[in-house]
Design a protein around this ligand. Structure first.
Ligand code: ASP
Length: 490
């Protein structure tokens, strides 16, 4: 017999069906045992009555609990041993519930299953925490240690479902706009994008390293040289930054790049995407202002003292979405602290990244007054959170060299590290620009979640540990040796 989903039982009134799942909560009324069976589709009520004629069938595979003595065991007696979170299969007849017994809170509230056979696949220990609440009240360390149990929680399942709908919507929208989805490598080269790289030692080339991508920035620009014109990717980005409560060492972006595009057209595309997405997937939400307000960085800083202002009219309203674009950022910012081992203290950094086009193409002027140069950079904010950022790119090699020089790179170093990039420029490069939109942050904001871990299946703690897998972890001496790595004593 084919298994049906719990939610589908309503279509089988007075028919016999097979359902599978987890025992959710058990109640007994006199001799009758009731419980909700949970599968991904939801709950259905199961009823076991003490009918001595019903014997456990299917002795060969089950019941697992009664091996050896299973023959002739009454279904009811086996049902009496059930405990929460056991994984079972039930065959029974779907019956309409009497009027007064209807439960409007669940999708199958009008029916129940009169059980005729039961199979136990697996027993379960008592869970370390309840899963029938939203779970905010439980210490997060323990939720993350047992994330596979935490994910049984309805709230988290719903978040994952919404996440997939959002990503699916983005994909379809962009494909309809003529974009091509392309995967770029995970093993790549250390880049000057501002954060520290995660490095991967090479076994075959002693002393050499790959870097995990901080973003597909260079690859997507090279795809423009390749003539793809419209690229996107749901991209994982890895940045070894200092721990912060609401930061993750890896996050997911909708990464976009376009050729022959101007800033206005690109921002219009993004605006169109988010308006359509909200309308389709979050119809209960209200967008504060359309078209999305645009303001220059300088104006935002003066008026709101932040480059991600919260423009909601009513900040207590859970359903208000205030999107805005911030434009015309300064090209450079002064770092009084080194951003990473690649930077030295007290030097200019790129506000976005070095591939951003400065608003002047005069490299002398750039070198003379870096603090005054504005960039073709834009950020995208929602309710006071940055949910995206991008720029029109610099395709003028001379200006790019001037930018790298201000960032403290020596001329020969620039040639060495970016020879692939400069060489690509010499084979016909279209004007292009792009943006990356943070999917985790957007979801956390729109779902009114307190942090991005609530919308990621397996997040790390604020200090970059995975408590479930126990990482970072040691590796064997042999593995290190193979990678030509010696650990220093301290
Ligand atoms: N690569 C940039 C980032 O990850 C986005 C972009 O410029 O497209 O922030």
């Amino acid at each position: 017999m084919q298994r049906v989903l719990n939610i589908e039982t309503v279509k089988y009134i007075n028919k016999t069906v097979k359902v599978c799942g987890w025992v959710n909560s058990i109640r007994s009324h006199g001799k009758i045992i009731f419980f909700d069976l949970r599968d991904r589709s939801g709950l259905v009520q199961i009823v076991f009555s003490p009918n001595p004629k019903l014997k456990v069938k299917n002795e060969k595979h089950a019941p697992y609990r009664t091996e050896g003595s299973g023959a002739g065991l009454k279904v009811y007696d086996l049902a009496r041993t059930l405990r929460p979170e056991w994984v079972i299969e039930v065959i029974g007849t779907v019956k309409e519930r009497p009027k007064g017994m209807i439960n409007p809170k669940i999708g199958t509230g009008k029916v129940e299953l009169q059980a005729e056979n039961l199979k136990v696949f697996s027993e379960a220990k008592t869970l370390p925490f309840p899963i029938d609440t939203p779970g905010y009240e439980i210490r997060e360390e323990i939720r993350l240690k047992y994330r596979y149990l935490d994910l049984r929680r309805e709230r988290l399942l719903k978040n994952l479902e919404k996440r997939q709908l959002v990503i699916q919507f983005m994909r379809t929208f962009l494909q309809n706009e003529g974009f091509l989805e392309v995967e770029t490598p995970i093993l790549t080269k250390s880049t000057p994008e501002g954060a520290r790289d995660y490095l991967v030692p090479s076994r075959l080339y002693p002393g050499k390293f790959y870097a995990l991508p901080q973003s597909p920035q260079q690859y997507k620009q090279l795809l423009m040289v390749a003539g793809l014109e419209k690229y996107f990717q749901i991209a994982r980005c890895l940045r070894d930054e200092d721990p912060r409560a609401d930061r993750q060492p890896e996050h997911t972006q909708l990464d976009i790049e376009m050729s022959f595009v101007e800033k206005e057209a690109l921002l219009d595309l993004i605006e169109g995407l988010y308006i359509a997405l909200v309308k389709k997937l979050f119809p209960e939400k209200k967008i504060t202002e359309i078209p999305f307000p645009k303001m220059m960085y300088k104006e935002a800083m003066k008026k709101y003292k932040t480059d991600k202002p919260d423009l909601r009219k009513d900040k207590k309203d859970q359903n208000e979405l205030a999107f805005c674009f911030i434009t015309d950022f300064p090209m450079f910012e002064w770092h009084s602290e080194p951003a990473s081992a690649k930077a030295t203290a007290g030097k200019w950094g790129a506000m976005h990244h070095p591939f951003t086009k400065p608003q002047t193409e005069n490299s002398e002027e750039i070198k003379k007054n870096p603090e005054e140069i504005l960039a073709e950079q834009y950020d995208f904010a929602l309710n006071g959170n940055e949910i995206g950022g991008g720029s029109i790119r610099n395709t003028n090699p001379e200006v790019l060299i001037a930018v790298f020089e201000i960032l403290g790179h020596k001329k020969d170093e620039i040639k060495k590290n970016f020879s692939h990039y400069f060489e690509a420029f010499s084979y016909g490069i279209p004007p292009h620009g792009g943006i990356a939109l943070g999917i985790d942050r957007f979801l956390a904001t729109i779902l009114n979640e307190p942090n991005i871990r609530e919308v990621i299946a397996f997040p790390k703690t604020g200090d970059s540990r995975d408590l479930m897998m126990g990482i970072p972890a040691d590796v064997s001496k042999e593995q290190l040796k193979e990678l030509h790595i010696k650990l220093s004593k301290n």
